[in-house]
Design a protein around this ligand. Structure first.
Ligand code: ATP
Length: 269
C-alpha cells in the first residue's frame, strides 16, 4: 500500500502512542567548500515495538547520515531522536548498530568480539560467558567461539557483528546496509537468518538497504527517501504474510510491491 506524502513535515503514519523509536524534525547540514550543504531536511519517522522497517533511497540521499544521527554518532542541527518517548542525547546501549563494513576486532576471538560491549559494562565473568554463549547460539556460531575474524566468511562476520550488537539488549537494532558487501547467495541466506532472528527476538529493527527485494522481503514498512535534501518522501506498507520463505519473492504480490517501490524511487530520483 503506497502512502503519498502530502505534507512531508508530518509523519506519514502516526506513531503508536509511544513508539519504540521516534525521529522528529531532523535536519542536518555539512559545510562543503565553505557553503552549508543541507543533507537532511525535516525527517520524521517512527518504529513501533517489534517492528522491522527499512529505509531505501538513492545513493547520497542521506541514509547513513540519518542512521548515524539516530545512533547518536552525529549531532543533528535540528530535531530530536526519542527511544520509548525519551530524547536521547548521544550514543547509548539502547541502540545497537551494525555497519556494512566488517567492524570486528581482528585480534579478538569471535567470543571476545561478542563480549566486547559487556566487558565495558564490567559484568561478572560467569554471566558474561552465559550471555555470549546464548547469542552465539542465536546467530548459529557456537562452534566458532574460539575462531578469529580472518577465519570467517563475510556472512559469518556480519552474524558476529549482529550478536555483538544484540548482546547489550538494545531497544532498537540499527543496520546500515549490513549485507551490501555479500554475494547474492550469502545475502539471501542472511535475509532468511534475519527473519528467523527477528522472529526469535522480536527486536525492533531499522535497516538501510539499497536492495529493494531485501526491503520488501524483510520489512513491514519501507520509507523511501528523496535526495538533495534528504527527506522521507513516501512510506510503503508491505502487505505480505509475516512468515516469509524465499519463494515469496516469486509471488505476484511480491512482484507488484516491488513495482510500486521502483516507481516510488523513480518518482523521487
Ligand atoms: N562529514 C561529512 N561532511 C560533508 N559532507 C558529508 C559528510 N557526511 C556525509 N556527507 C554528504 O552527505 C550526503 C549524504 O551522505 P550519506 O552517506 O548519508 O548518503 P547515503 O544515502 O547513505 O549514501 P550511500 O547510499 O551511497 O551510502 C552526501 O552528499 C555526502 O557527501
Amino acid at each position: 500500500m503506497l502512502l503519498n506524502a502530502t505534507d512531508i513535515s508530518r509523519p506519514l503514519t502516526p506513531p503508536t502512542p509511544i513508539a519504540k523509536l521516534q525521529v522528529q524534525g531532523i535536519t542536518k547540514s555539512f559545510r562543503r567548500s565553505r557553503k552549508p550543504l543541507t543533507v537532511l531536511d525535516d525527517v520524521n519517522l517512527h518504529l513501533s515495538k517489534s517492528e522491522f522497517v527499512c529505509i531505501a533511497g538513492a545513493s547520497g540521499c542521506g541514509k547513513s547520515t540519518l542512521l548515524n544521527i539516530i545512533a547518536g554518532l552525529l549531532p543533528p542541527c535540528e530535531g530530536q531522536v526519542l527511544v520509548d518517548g525519551e530524547p536521547v542525547p548521544g550514543p547509548g546501549a539502547d541502540r545497537g548498530m551494525v555497519f556494512q563494513s566488517y567492524t570486528l576486532y581482528p585480534w579478538l576471538t569471535v567470543a571476545n568480539n561478542v563480549a566486547f560491549g559487556l566487558k565495558l559494562r564490567r559484568l561478572p565473568k560467569a554471566q558474561m560467558r552465559e550471555r555470549v554463549g546464548y547469542f552465539l547460539n542465536i546467530v548459529g556460531l557456537s562452534a566458532f567461539a574460539s575462531a578469529y575474524p580472518k577465519e570467517l566468511s563475510g556472512g559469518m562476520k556480519q552474524r558476529v557483528a549482529i550478536a555483538r550488537a544484540l548482546i547489550n539488549g538494545p531497544e532498537v537494532l540499527l543496520m546500515d546496509e549490513p549485507f551490501g558487501a555479500l554475494d547474492a547467495q550469502t545475502k539471501e541466506k542472511m535475509q532468511q537468518f534475519m527473519l528467523e532472528l527477528w522472529e526469535k527476538t522480536r527486536t525492533s529493527i531499522l535497516m538501510i538497504t539499497h536492495d529493494l527485494e531485501e526491503a520488501i522481503y524483510l520489512a513491514q514498512r519501507v520509507y523511501v527517501m528523496s535526495a538533495h535534501p534528504g527527506r522521507i518522501q513516501q512510506e510503503i506498507k508491505i502487505d505480505l504474510p509475516p512468515e516469509r520463505e524465499l519463494d515469496l519473492k516469486l509471488s505476484p504480490k511480491f512482484i507488484q510491491t516491488k513495482r510500486e517501490l521502483i516507481e516510488s524511487l523513480r518518482a523521487v530520483a
